[in-house]
Design a binder for this molecule. Structure first.
Ligand SMILES: Cc1ncc(COP(=O)(O)O)c(C=O)c1O
Length: 386
């Protein structure tokens, strides 16, 4: 497997590559925005889909023994978490739809939900757009890493808060929260009787030397942990999401959401892809993690040497770089304009991750290094040329 090799994606109806005219006003933009990878999806996944196509009917499916086993084995082997099969629930279209079901099914309209920001925008939207009050609790930066401020979390809770929603590993900052940070949230949830939802779709992309702690492993009955092969195995187009729900009453409520929305059947290829990912792609993933961790190092060093006004947060996980542009003195609108029009690069502006993201941009590093270097040069050109 050659991760340096460029695979042409333009002209394949790729959201990242073929929708830039609509979103950024330029069809030739170098895209570093949406979170999918420019590496080929692992061959065992593609082979499993080809194999499934040898049977000529693609009707409704059921979940096989192999389906459940793939998930429980993956969690045990990769994350040292033994999960009983009955805790597993699914949301075939996507993890975000599953989280929508948790928010609308488990909390009351008019209540509040706390999130640590900056954070993946759709998580905030689910809260705001469904008549819940969003509490944005800003992460604090210490030594180039972002972390949970336990005191701020306590002080921002309201009487009507019913849930804390975590994103761990954290999009966009790339933090893997420590057991101390997680325990502070778990204890708070116990004291205040709050539900804890943890979006862990980036949990398999943890950099060497780091260890992800699944929330469900330490928070028990009040937790709901959401995982998906989508990010780690580059299968965003093959929907599959798993929710790990230890509490039977919460499972019943979530089941009723799934029934109402008719969300009980997996995508045939989503199921096939997930099984192949979790059973046959560990080595592929290990290589991608090494390559991405080198990309993180490459970007940090490149910026230090060539563009020190932009600082990169240290990432424990994910292929996302959280870049601090505040020292440029330019506002987000001006920066966005320059990045697109002068630099020819598409990055996500930080404010879409909440007010705490203002002054930052998120750059997706899951691409061949030569492409990444061109992107960095584009950023420098955008800032140097006036
Ligand atoms: C933290 C986080 N959660 C969820 C998603 C979306 O996952 P899905 O397509 O399964 O809804 C993303 C995609 O970037 C993400 O970064």
């Amino acid at each position: 497997m050659d991760l340096d090799r460029i695979t042409q994606r333009r002209g394949t109806d790729s959201f990242k590559w073929d929708d830039t005219e609509r979103l950024f006003g330029r069809s030739d933009l170098m895209p570093f925005w949406v979170a999918d990878m420019d590496f080929e999806t692992p061959k065992p996944i593609l082979d499993a889909i080809r194999q499934r196509c040898r049977h000529s009917i693609l009707g409704y499916g059921i979940r096989s023994q192999e389906y459940y086993q793939a998930i429980t084995d993956w969690l045990r082997i990769r994350h040292d978490w033994v999960v009983p099969v009955e805790w597993l629930m699914f949301c075939p279209p996507s993890s975000i739809v599953g989280i929508h079901g948790l928010v609308t099914g488990l909390t009351d309209a008019g209540s509040s939900i706390l999130l640590h920001t900056p954070i993946y925008g759709p998580l905030m939207n689910i809260v705001r757009d469904n008549d819940r009050h969003l509490i944005e609790c800003a992460l604090v930066e210490q030594g180039g890493k972002f972390g949970i401020d336990a005191d701020a979390t306590v002080s921002q809770l309201r009487e009507d808060t019913q849930m804390i929603m975590l994103c761990n590993p954290h999009n966009p900052t790339g933090r893997v929260f420590s057991s101390t940070e997680l325990m502070s949230v778990v204890q708070l949830a116990e004291e205040r009787d709050l539900l804890l939802v943890s979006d862990e779709v980036h949990c398999d992309l943890v950099m060497p030397g780091q260890r992800h702690i699944p929330l469900g492993k330490i928070a028990g009955e009040r937790s709901i942990t959401v995982i998906s092969p989508n990010k780690a195995f580059n299968t965003a187009g093959l929907p599959q999401a798993t929710l790990i729900i230890p509490d039977a009453a919460i499972r019943r409520k979530f089941a009723s959401y799934l029934d109402t929305m008719q969300l009980n059947h997996d995508s045939t290829f989503g199921a096939v892809g997930m099984i192949a990912a979790y059973t046959k792609c560990s080595e592929w993933l290990d290589q991608v993690i090494l390559y991405v961790s080198e990309n993180h190092r490459f970007v940090a060093t490149w910026l230090e040497m060539n563009l020190p006004v932009v600082r990169k947060a240290t990432a424990d996980a994910t292929y996302l770089a959280w870049l601090d542009f505040r020292a440029t003195g330019l506002n987000e609108e001006e920066l966005s304009k320059r990045l697109v029009e002068i630099g020819g690069v598409g990055l996500y502006p930080g404010s879409i991750f909440g007010a705490a993201g203002t002054g930052f941009f998120r750059m997706n590093l899951a691409c061949p290094r030569s492409q990444l270097e061109k992107g960095l040069q584009g950023i420098r050109t955008a800032l140097v040329k006036v």
